[in-house]
Design a protein. Structure first.
Length: 239
């Protein structure tokens, strides 16, 4: 199981990554991978270096209960060092398990687009990009051009006001603040701006958490800050 509120299971046929944009600065996956390496876990013997795990490629076949599965929570499935033929193997398992739905999230929108130039998106895949700052809102346009059953954005950690964004044909928007000792604050007006635009475009809106900085601008534990937005839990899913 997983502590990520917008999914219920993770599957990591690849571990390790490299920093791509401003949201990567305090990467949770890097910190976790280094801890697991120090604990002697075999899967993380390479720390946060890109590592392909052929031995878990068929893991979802053994999960008979339907799950929503976040693919490569400890990596980026479209990282430049992951060969397309390995991604093909991941997609093969996805196609062979239609009772699951899979969430593929990337910061490498152009490589994702290149991959799907010659391949179709499986019917049980939700395809997403991370959009944490204004400078990378172009990722939304890349995503929109790919035919996928569900297209979603992860605005987490949200690091600034995104301004006006085009959410047409985007089915779901996740927003969340950063956690950890070095967490950067997120302001309520940034979140409300996205919520308003999601409502106007018909996109489902999911507010995950405030993180280390609360709505009041006070630094405390993410559990104390919670996940209420204007007094309500807003965790809608795409239909």
């Amino acid at each position: 199981m997983t502590k990520i509120e917008w999914t219920d299971k993770t599957w990591n046929p690849v571990t390790g990554c490299t920093k791509r944009s401003i949201g990567c600065t305090n990467c949770y996956a890097e910190n976790m991978a280094r801890r697991l390496c120090a604990m002697g876990q075999e899967k993380y013997i390479n720390g946060f270096q890109i590592t392909l795990h052929e031995e878990v490629l068929e893991e979802p076949l053994s999960w008979q209960k339907p799950h929503t599965i976040f693919v490569c929570s400890m990596s980026d499935i479209f990282h430049e060092k992951i060969p397309f033929d390995f991604i093909d193997k991941v997609m093969k398992t996805i196609r062979e398990t239609p009772w699951h739905r899979y969430q593929l999230l990337t910061k490498r929108d152009n490589r994702m687009a290149k991959y799907f130039e010659t391949r179709s998106v499986p019917e049980n895949v939700w395809l997403g990009v991370t959009v944490e700052a204004k400078a990378i809102t172009n990722r939304i346009d890349t995503l929109r051009a790919i035919p996928a059953p569900i297209r979603f954005l992860s605005c987490e950690p949200l690091l600034e006001d995104l301004g006006k964004i085009n959410l047409s044909n985007i089915h779901w928007v996740i927003v969340g603040g950063e956690s950890g000792k070095r967490a950067r604050p997120m302001k309520e007006e940034w979140v409300l701006n996205i919520e308003k635009q999601a409502a106007s475009s018909g996109s489902a809106f999911f507010f995950k958490q405030w993180g280390t900085w609360g709505a009041d601008g006070v630094k405390r534990s993410k559990y104390s800050n919670g996940k209420l937005l204007k007094g309500k839990i807003r965790q809608d899913l795409p239909v």
